[in-house]
Design a protein around this ligand. Structure first.
Ligand code: NAI
Length: 342
């Protein structure tokens, strides 16, 4: 099997919960496929805290600054209290403003729909994730939704450029600008403007998010690229995962100007952690996105990415599935099934 000759260095953050298990499975597949990557391991999240470090240690930040590409397992965030999300901190630290989440029907995975092939583009740094929350007076709290002209314009440009490069021809913006006339209004006007002035040949439509969600669950095949602000992108990503088999099969990438962090849409799944039961496919698919990104510098990575993609599609077609997809394979057994088909 062909191997990449020059070793690339990539930062690896195994993460919490199921993170370490699915990461090991993914590394085995990449290694067997000849990706020849030197993994620069660093911690973040609970794993870092447990070793007496900060939740997002300085060494982890410096390593990503240096290598500019990272593969990341999910990190746990306490609900309703405790430290701020490491995932959100990382996105802010490196200004990873564009999250890309391809959602497609998979061979051998039976769901209500067979024709889903859409890409979610989520603004990743603004909106209600600004982290500005405070108690106005006792019993009254508020959370600030932030949109900046710079932020909304750059994600709109990013989405239209991406659509052009990928030969995708339709963008739908979900918004709630009827209610949030300023913040969502700004987001909507920026998308309208970029479309009209620079990309009039790309089909473009807008939908109020509630009606958009109804259309998604009735007929997801009508959508191509969905462009959403931060919170809507988060929620709609999981909704779309449900259309194609669940959180175990939807990958993701977070892009900034010069840094990219690849991670699955799902979280650390504490309910199944430590049982060798998680589906490593979403992180494996994220690693395929990473290889395609690395192929912009070293084209041979694209062949390895394609080989892995064909192998996991074939594994699914052959009925090799983890429990979330109705099969009985463990995390590492699924990785072996993919390796056998490389
Ligand atoms: P979750 O995505 O971890 O789990 C939701 C459900 O999906 C659970 O039943 C889980 O078992 C299942 N699931 C998720 N991934 C799976 C996989 N690969 N294979 C099989 N089943 C899978 O969401 P939840 O429970 O709301 O969050 C758990 C923790 O993860 C929280 O602390 C949350 O903040 C964090 N989180 C981290 C993210 C990240 O690191 N990017 C993203 C989302 C949540």
């Amino acid at each position: 099997m062909a191997k990449i000759k020059e070793r690339a260095k990539v930062v690896l953050i195994p993460g919490d919960g199921i993170g370490p298990e699915i990461t090991e499975a993914v590394l085995e597949v990449l290694d067997a496929a000849g990706a020849n990557i030197e993994w620069v391991r660093h911690e973040a999240g609970l794993a870092a805290l447990e070793h007496g470090a900060d939740v997002l240690p300085q060494e982890t930040i410096e390593a990503i600054e240096h290598h500019r590409v990272a593969l990341k397992g999910p990190c746990t965030t306490p609900v309703g209290e405790g430290f701020a999300s490491v995932n959100v901190q990382l996105r802010k630290q490196f200004d990873l403003y564009a999250a890309v989440r391809p959602v497609r029907s998979l061979p051998g995975v039976t769901t209500r729909f067979e024709n889903v092939d859409l890409i979610i583009i989520r603004e990743n740094t603004e909106g209600l994730y600004s982290g500005v929350e405070n108690e106005v007076v006792p019993g009254v709290v508020m959370s600030m939704k932030v949109a900046t002209e710079k932020g909304v314009l750059r994600i709109a440009h990013w989405a239209f450029r991406f659509a052009t490069q990928r030969q995708r021809n339709r963008i739908t913006v979900f918004h709630k600008a009827n209610i949030m006339k300023m913040t969502d209004g700004l987001f909507l006007r920026a998308s309208d403007q970029v479309h009209k002035r620079e990309y009039p040949n790309i089909e473009y439509e807008t939908a109020i998010i509630d009606a958009g969600c109804m259309r998604l669950v009735q007929d997801p095949g009508q959508f191509d690229i969905l462009l959403l602000e931060n919170l809507y992108g988060d929620v709609v990503s999981d909704l779309c995962a449900g259309l194609v088999g669940g959180l175990g099969v939807v990958p993701g990438a977070n892009f900034g100007e010069d840094t990219a962090v690849f991670e699955a849409v799902h979280g650390s799944a504490p309910d199944i952690a430590g049982r060798n039961a998680a589906n490593p496919l979403a992180l494996l698919m994220s690693s395929v996105m990473m290889l395609n990104h690395m192929a912009e510098q070293t084209p041979a990575y694209a062949d390895i990415a394609e080989r892995i993609r064909l192998a996991y599609d074939q594994a699914l077609l052959d009925g090799q599935k983890t429990r979330d997809l109705g099969g009985d394979l463990t995390t590492d057994a699924f990785a072996r099934a993919v390796i056998e088909r490389l």
